[in-house]
Design a protein around this ligand. Structure first.
Ligand code: FES
Length: 178
């Protein structure tokens, strides 16, 4: 399998960046090597989404350097990789914090004061919705209805759900992020 992608970029140089995290790189390489890849690009393409899932699990997001690396390993053009990342909202090419804090902005939560909760989180953490803190600890965002309307307003921190949230609970929610 070739280590070069088809886009003519300086892949070797970009791989040096990914090498800044050798254990992460090794983990991704191990995963890719476990796949049944070959010279058939169409077949390799079938492994793209699962490889991106794994890459995001390892690196927490998919910056250009990771996209180039995956493209090279699967023998695909990086634009194809980027196309998949931008199509699925699950994937992100922006850095995300260790704790992804999302305020539900569905109707029930909105009516019960989700806006105030979001504003208090913004004030408390010192970042705006859609941003990640400089120490990469927190990302703050909004979600559509998470199916827990009876608990509105709802805040999710990674997979943990907080219900009936008040502005006074914000400090405790952040304190739970350890
Ligand atoms: S609207 Fe927030 S959980 Fe349904």
């Amino acid at each position: 399998m070739s280590d070069c992608c088809e886009c003519g970029c300086d892949t070797a140089k970009k791989e040096d960046l990914i090498s800044m995290f050798p254990e992460k790189k090794e983990s991704l390489v191990k995963y890719i090597e476990s796949l049944d890849l070959g010279k058939d690009v169409d077949k390799n393409r079938g492994f793209l989404i699962q490889t991106l899932h794994k890459a995001q699990e390892i690196f927490t997001y998919l910056p250009e350097v990771v996209q180039l690396f995956v493209a090279a390993k699967l023998g695909l053009h990086v634009s194809e990789v980027y196309g998949v990342i931008s199509f699925y909202s699950y994937f992100t090419d922006k850095p995300v914090g260790e704790f992804k804090i999302n305020v539900c902005t569905g109707t029930a939560c909105f009516v019960k004061g989700a806006g105030k909760i979001l504003a208090e989180l913004e004030r408390f953490i010192g970042i705006k919705e859609g941003e990640t803190s400089k120490d990469m600890k927190y990302s703050l965002g909004g979600l559509r209805c998470v199916g827990a309307c009876s608990l509105a307003p709802v805040v999710m921190v990674n997979d943990k759900v907080y219900g009936n949230v008040t502005t006074k609970m914000v400090a405790d929610i952040i304190a739970d992020c350890k």
